[in-house]
Design a protein around this ligand. Structure first.
Ligand SMILES: *Cc1c(COP(=O)(O)O)cnc(C)c1O
Length: 388
């Protein structure tokens, strides 16, 4: 048989590897696109109709695949996207999605050629940045970024007027919007939010007066859109919300979100009953002589943490079995002593539902010493995603 390597690597309908069509790997993620569509509809239903939605799909759509997620949201009527890295913009355009894409700070003018060809909008935070982009592009679409008190990128409020005026004065520059990311520093309070809001309002008033107010003012990401409806302005750019993370216990908008990650699926690639010919059992929690050890086809190179607590579990044949740290690069042990019917090749879920047992994303995030967004951030691009 002659192998078509291109087909093997890029074989899914979306250009994403699909283990059902090319089983190159025995582990994969199951992504529930319906949940992502549901989360979008929830947000849309709670927002005034005039407020546009730019879906933030950074880090490959929070690990769920920027291309397929963008395509699903485009069909639902999303207005545009925000990404921080060019490969995510390429993945969206590769799906034939032509909606606006805002590049958050990240790409540089050395990538101007691909940025122009893909019709992307860049972020500028200073006059220097504006001139560097102009030098490399025939025409430059920009969003001006403002720092309202986050102390990250963005022009200081005092510098925004000059930046808007400069962009407005150039024929080769189109200032499409003005945006900010709300401060999520641990010290943030409702008072800080209202302070940030009045800073932005002052900027917009001055811009209105000078005729340089861009059509879009956008500040609210997930926490902002759920807690502070007064921060809606012309558009919002949440990201975590679409994967089902509400991040806040203080939602003003009662959205009911569903998790996008349905399963982290792995396989038993080896099973062995240990005996005395192996010498004494390792002096580690969970190891004992005579135990049955299974080996899974996933490790810390596939996004698992290097350290797992001894209480971490996975599902085999509908039952919970203890994982056996430490985690290795592409392998992880599991204690199968109480699952005598486990077989070579069995599917093992590190997250998801098997029979009447479910391992939730909250459990996994705790075992991985992170939160839900951190868990999605650990999803690796080389692990295939199956859309269910
Ligand atoms: C990450 C990010 C977002 C989305 O934040 P969430 O908390 O995931 O909703 C929006 N805007 C900018 C500029 C960001 O960096």
């Amino acid at each position: 048989m002659k192998l078509d390597y291109q087909t093997l690597i890029h074989c899914g309908p979306s250009g994403a590897p699909d283990p059902q069509r090319a089983p190159l790997r025995s582990s994969w993620y199951e992504i529930d696109l319906d949940a992502i569509r549901h989360n979008f509809r929830q947000l849309r239903a709670h927002l005034p109709a005039a407020v546009r939605i730019f879906a933030c799909l950074k880090r490959n759509g929070y690990g769920c695949g920027a291309g397929p997620v963008a395509s699903a949201l485009a069909a639902e009527g999303v207005d545009g996207f925000g990404v921080a890295a060019l490969p995510d913009a390429v993945a969206i355009r590769h799906m034939g999605v032509e909606l606006p894409i805002l590049l958050y700070p990240g790409p540089l003018p050395s990538s101007a050629d691909i940025i122009e060809r893909l019709g992307l909008t860049v972020t500028i935070s200073s006059l220097e940045e504006l001139e560097c982009w102009r030098a490399e592009m025939d025409s430059t679409r920009v969003f001006v970024k403002v720092d309202l008190g986050f102390y990250r990128s963005g022009a200081a409020p005092s510098a925004v007027g000059a930046l808007l005026a400069a962009g407005h004065a150039y024929d080769d520059v189109n200032v499409e919007g003005l945006y900010a990311h709300l401060s999520e520093l641990p010290s943030q309070t409702a008072f800080h939010v209202s302070e940030q809001r009045s800073r932005l309002q002052q900027i917009l008033e001055l811009a209105n007066a000078s005729g340089t107010r861009p059509p879009i003012a956008m500040v609210a990401s997930t926490a902002g859109v759920l807690r502070y409806p007064e921060m809606d302005f012309d558009a919002v750019d949440p990201g975590a919300l679409f994967i089902g993370v509400s991040e806040t216990d203080h939602s003003t908008r009662p959205v009911a979100l569903r998790p996008a990650l349905k399963a982290i699926s792995s396989s038993l690639v080896s099973i062995k009953r240990t005996d005395t010919s192996l010498g004494t059992a390792p002096d580690l929690p969970g190891y004992q002589q005579g135990m049955v050890i299974g080996v899974l086809s996933m490790g810390w190179g596939d996004g698992l943490p290097r350290q797992l607590p001894p209480c971490a579990e996975a599902l085999v044949r509908g039952r919970r079995a203890p994982l056996l740290p430490p985690v290795h690069l592409e392998h992880l042990r599991i204690d199968l002593t109480d699952i005598p019917d486990a077989c070579f090749g069995d599917q093992v879920l590190l997250l998801g539902q098997q029979g009447d047992q479910t391992i939730t994303q909250h459990e996994v995030a705790t075992w991985w010493s992170t939160d839900i967004v951190g868990l999605y951030g650990q999803l690796r691009d080389h692990v295939p995603r199956v859309y269910v």
